[in-house]
Design a protein around this ligand. Structure first.
Ligand code: SAM
Length: 226
């Protein structure tokens, strides 16, 4: 089995199509990440962690067309797809890096966002990432991420997976697609319960932490630096 980088390298050209057939209410999830930002919030610099082919980056551009955006991903090939997609934009800076180990610049960002990416690292690295994001935000800066979570019991978790499968097939996923996602999940995914995320965002220093929404296993978390 390939590692996470190789998996997304291989998937790069088909990713945008496959993810829309895989995640129920995917666009709604991405749109809801912006719901709680005040109209007068005008970020100067935004980081998209695990940008993939740029589906969240696209929404960021729609909300903040003139803002400087750093689009970061581990996979060189998927980052290339993102570059091609936004070739006509001059306000996007592409960074190939591993958010498990990289050190983000201090007090640089007004907003850090991430969709369906953080679950690729184990819990101790998630906590380190939350600390890293905290120090990279300016005072008043906001971290919003959407991700897959684990249920507090196995029953809840596996019910969510069953509902996900049903939803993915309705969206057009095939048995082969589902097998590929499940093999990837078993090898690389580290889902944590929502309570774990909220506690560890606080442990990382965030003064204001909340769960903005949750549908099946997909949650949106908010964390603000005062
Ligand atoms: C499921 S995709 C999500 C992409 C995009 N955010 C979206 O919503 O469509 C996960 C992305 O996270 C990236 N990723 C996984 N682990 C990473 C890491 N440790 N550092 C940087 N990027 C990572 C993968 O390469 C992949 O592009």
């Amino acid at each position: 089995m390939e590692n996470v980088e190789e998996f997304y390298d291989q998937l790069s050209s088909s990713y945008s199509d496959l993810i829309r057939k895989c995640v129920p209410r995917y666009d709604e999830l991405l749109n809801n990440m912006f719901l709680y930002l005040n109209a007068d919030f005008k970020p100067l610099r935004i980081l998209d962690l695990g940008c993939g082919t740029g589906n969240l980056t696209q929404k960021i551009i729609e909300h903040f067309p003139d803002t400087q955006i750093d689009a970061l991903d581990l996979s060189e090939d998927i980052l290339e797809e993102c570059k091609k997609r936004f070739a006509n934009k001059s306000n996007i800076n592409y960074i190939q890096a591993d958010f498990k180990t990289m050190h983000l610049p201090a007090a640089e960002y007004d907003l850090v966002m991430s969709s369906i990416a953080i679950h690729h690292v184990e819990d101790p690295f998630k906590l380190e990432l939350y600390k890293n994001v905290y120090q990279s935000l300016k005072k008043g800066g906001i971290f919003i991420f959407a991700d897959q979570t684990r249920g507090i019991t196995d029953d809840i978790y596996f019910k969510n997976i069953d509902c996900w499968k049903e939803g993915a097939f309705k969206l057009g996923s095939t048995e082969e697609n589902w097998k590929m996602w499940m093999e990837h999940q078993d090898a690389h995914d580290h889902h944590s319960p929502i309570g774990w995320h909220l506690d560890n965002l606080k442990n990382a220093g965030f003064e204001e932490v909340d769960l903005l929404s949750k549908y099946l296993m997909w949650a949106i978390c908010w964390a603000k630096k005062h």
